[in-house]
Write a protein that binds this ligand. Structure first.
Ligand code: PGA
Length: 252
């Protein structure tokens, strides 16, 4: 059966000292909680510290260039992430799609590169408020998934994590209701069945993200097709993150 993954996304927050303090405080709170996979995505500058301090938590980068090396000023390659002991990489986050104009095609290149370098991509996608109100949520999500996973094999899907994050729910305090989220997650599961067959679709972890917090996490994670969360704001504090992990365990 698929795993529940509780993943934090720190975005552009915390120094190395703050990273160290976070993990020192988190460690006793999540000891032995390995029934769910715990992941935290930290800024590039904190990766080394995070990998060293993480204990049973896996570390993710928040972006990656698909190339191994070369004249790409300011970019970080998969080889550099592997060198640091990073296991996951968040790709296609809506903030990168919106502010840095990342296309589905470019994100697909990154997904393929991550997999070929033995990094697990957490591929994010989701509709904007305008798209939801225009009743094109499913169309948008389908396009992002089909294009983001273009040329990915069934075997490779074992290492891919998906994160449905409605843009209107990110950082706004507006969470999708569990029903709204489950509806889209069921659609995603059917789409994955169509693309890769039932067995693969049943085994892919599909997280929900967008204003998830300890108060609503259990309800969301308990939905049939929701397998954990990708959490921004509520993952910055160790006790809050530990509560989210607890919700993940209860939802099992
Ligand atoms: P949020 O962010 O939990 O702060 O809404 C989620 C995300 O962007 O991954």
């Amino acid at each position: 059966m698929r795993r529940i993954i509780v993943a934090g996304n720190w975005k552009m927050n915390k120094t190395r000292k703050e990273t160290e303090d976070f993990f020192k405080a988190l460690k006793p709170l999540v000891e032995g909680k390995d029934k769910v996979e715990m992941v935290i995505g930290v800024p590039f500058t904190n990766l080394e510290t995070a990998v060293r301090e993480a204990g049973n938590v896996k570390i993710a980068a928040q972006n990656m260039n698909p190339k191994e090396s070369g004249a790409y000023t300011g970019e970080i390659s998969p080889l550099m992430l592997k060198d640091l002991g990073v296991e996951y990489v968040i790709l296609g986050h809506s903030e990168r799609r919106e502010y840095y104009k990342e296309s589905n095609e470019f994100i697909n290149e990154k997904v393929k590169s991550a997999l070929s370098h033995d990094l697990k991509p957490i591929l994010c996608f989701g509709e904007t408020l305008e798209q939801r109100e225009g009743n094109i949520t499913e169309k948008v999500v389908e396009e992002q998934i089909r294009e983001g996973l273009k040329d990915i094999t069934k075997e490779q899907m074992a290492n891919v994590v998906l994160a449905y994050e409605p843009v209107w729910a990110i950082g706004t305090g507006k969470t999708a209701t569990s029903l709204q989220a489950q509806e889209v997650h069921a659609f995603i599961r059917n789409l994955l069945t169509d693309m890769f067959g039932k067995e693969v679709a049943e085994n892919v972890t599909v997280q929900y993200g967008g204003s998830m917090k300890p108060e609503n996490a259990l309800e969301l994670m308990s939905q049939t097709d929701i397998d954990g969360g990708l959490i921004g704001g509520a993952a910055l504090d160790p006790s809050s993150f530990a509560k989210l992990v607890e919700a993940g365990i209860q939802a099992l």
